[in-house]
Design a protein around this ligand. Structure first.
Ligand SMILES: Nc1nc2c(ncn2[C@@H]2O[C@H](COP(=O)(O)OP(=O)(O)OP(=O)(O)O)[C@@H](O)[C@H]2O)c(=O)[nH]1
Ligand SMILES: [Mg+2]
Length: 208
């Protein structure tokens, strides 16, 4: 249903109109992935940054998934993404980012590859309590030749490692950006995406 613009500048959906429509000045649209293992904060991250109401495909986790979903280290989570998260962030007058969050669970790998199609780059979210669970997703990105940056999503009680130790543990290439963010916080999450975009631009210039 089309939104109706009301006198208070909000649409009938309650969204600010200038946040809904793409600015006329936008010249470049970039597809980026937000990926990582189960429950690392992908849906939260896309929701924090999206200027449009994010598309979510959350479903309640049931006993049927208990044998395949590794819930170790994950408390109080009752839903999971079964298809994708989608959001939009206008980074400058000319540049808009379309954010695609891919499901975190291994049984969705096929969906994951479809979502990744055409992506210019990816932000890999990691949880320092379960670093080893990040390898699969980084392997998939390398297989698909999608460049990525890594952001530690800081959970309460998660160990904080020095950057060089984390790089070693994650086996990152020297040029791969590594930072931390809180997926619930706009400033640090925006900074993580800006770092990814700068990295992608630098790579493009070097390969030109
Ligand atoms: N403390 C803390 N909690 C967070 C942070 N980011 C997300 N959470 C919480 O972690 C839980 C999982 O977050 P989701 O955003 O659903 O994770 P996801 O990666 O989309 O999960 P799947 O789609 O199921 O793989 C939620 O309860 C969030 O509120 C963070 O930065 N810090
Ligand atoms: Mg999710």
């Amino acid at each position: 249903m089309a939104s109706v613009l009301a006198s208070d500048g909000l649409t009938s959906d309650g969204l600010a109109a200038d946040g809904v429509y793409l600015r006329d000045t936008v010249r470049t649209a970039v597809k980026l992935l937000v990926v990582g293992p189960f429950a690392v904060g992908k849906t939260t991250f896309v929701g924090t940054l999206s200027e449009i109401r994010p598309l979510r495909t959350e479903e309640t986790m049931t006993q049927a998934g208990a044998l395949v979903d590794d819930l170790a280290g994950v408390d109080g989570k009752s839903t999971t993404t079964v298809a994708l998260d989608f959001g939009r962030l206008t980074l400058s007058d000319e540049l808009v980012l379309y954010l695609f969050g891919a499901p975190g669970q291994q049984r969705f790998t096929r969906v994951w590859k479809d979502i990744a199609y055409g992506a210019l780059g990816a932000l890999v979210l990691v949880d320092t309590r379960r670093l080893e669970q990040s390898f699969e997703v980084m392997g998939l990105l390398e297989e698909l030749r999608i460049p990525y940056a890594v952001a530690v999503n800081t959970f309460d009680g998660a160990p904080a490692f020095p950057g060089d130790e984390l790089r070693d543990a994650l086996d990152l290439l020297p040029g791969t950006p590594l930072m931390s963010c809180d997926a619930r916080d706009v400033t640090s999450s925006t900074q993580a995406l800006v770092t990814l975009v700068e990295y992608l631009l630098t790579r493009n210039q070097e390969n030109a």
